[in-house]
Write a protein of this length. Structure first.
Length: 298
């Protein structure tokens, strides 16, 4: 019998490269929230894939690479930097739209001794004028990222998953599992609830509002058969408050209803969810508020 292998695999890439969708599909559970908006992922999130008597892979989902160092962006960059340390494998996700540019993907700038596996994500989609099969080899040669082409993957169809897992296993060290085999994420239910509410804020709110928005759980109480959750949706501008609430409270009710339904599915219990909108103009740059909201110094 082969020795058991376990280790950490960090998934990196530009915003909207499909990192979170990939990790969720690999693990088979929603460990990271996914929306169509870039920079949805703010915290590194662990998703655990365990195959009994064979391996345990701990995937580290990361925020997309950004240039700015201000406020929350500094935290996001630190989260990414932390995720590249003390890992066994780095998976660099390259989205289809990156193959339409002449620039190197940011992953080419990685300075690390860790094994790197490149993947092309969202390969169930098609490029505007050319097939991925034609475009990728051509761009790869220009980018000078090595002779081995990226693994074509799709979170929707699970294309390339078996090949990716085999390649990761080549680099994982032998060792016992870090977590119990039934656990798919070490996040607490309070943390998961925060992210689920933020997910639906991103989906129902537009323009710049989601990027200046945070969620703080004020109360999380479980007394079977009901879980009571109270949360503040924190925004930066008073003028946005009416947009978050909506006419007659319609938007806030939609956010609350969708979040409650998903949380009931996750918790396998009835959920009472109460949302409140609070304006904190400077939270994005205020160290105390950033730390209070979980975006403090690492």
């Amino acid at each position: 019998m082969s020795a058991f292998k376990s280790g950490f695999i960090t998934v990196v890439g530009l915003p909207n490269a499909g990192k979170s969708s990939l990790v969720n599909a690999l693990v088979g559970e929603s460990v990271s929230i996914v929306t169509a908006k870039p920079q949805t992922t703010r915290k590194r999130t662990l998703g655990i894939l365990t195959k009994q008597d064979c391996y345990q892979m701990i995937f580290v989902d990361t925020p997309g690479v950004i240039e700015s160092n201000n406020g929350l962006n500094s935290y996001l960059k630190n989260e990414l930097s932390r995720s590249l340390k003390d890992v066994d494998v780095i998976v660099v996700a390259v989205a289809p739209w990156e193959f339409q540019t002449n620039d190197h993907p940011w992953g080419a700038q990685l300075v690390t001794s860790k094994p790197i596996i490149y993947i092309a994500t969202q390969c169930d989609k098609r490029l505007k004028d050319q097939s991925l099969e034609t475009t990728i080899p051509e761009k790869w040669k220009n980018w000078e990222l090595g002779q081995t082409l990226p693994i074509l993957t799709s979170a929707r169809t699970k294309l390339g998953f078996q090949e990716l897992i085999i390649k990761i296993l080549d680099h994982l060290p032998e060792g016992p599992p870090y977590y119990g085999e039934d656990l798919y994420t070490p996040q607490t239910m309070r943390e998961i609830s925060t992210e689920v509410v933020r997910k639906y804020c991103f989906e129902f709110l537009h323009q710049e509002i989601p990027y200046g928005l945070a969620v703080k759980i004020q109360k999380f109480e479980t007394k079977a058969p009901l879980t009571k959750i109270e949360a503040d949706i924190i925004i930066t501008k008073e003028s946005h408050k009416g947009m978050v609430i909506g006419n007659g409270g319609k938007v806030l009710r939609e956010i609350g209803t969708r979040a409650r339904q998903e949380l009931e599915s996750i918790l396998n219990s009835k959920v009472f969810l109460k949302l409140h909108v609070s304006v904190k103009p400077h939270w994005l740059k205020d160290k105390q508020w950033l730390e209070e909201l979980g975006y403090g110094s690492n």
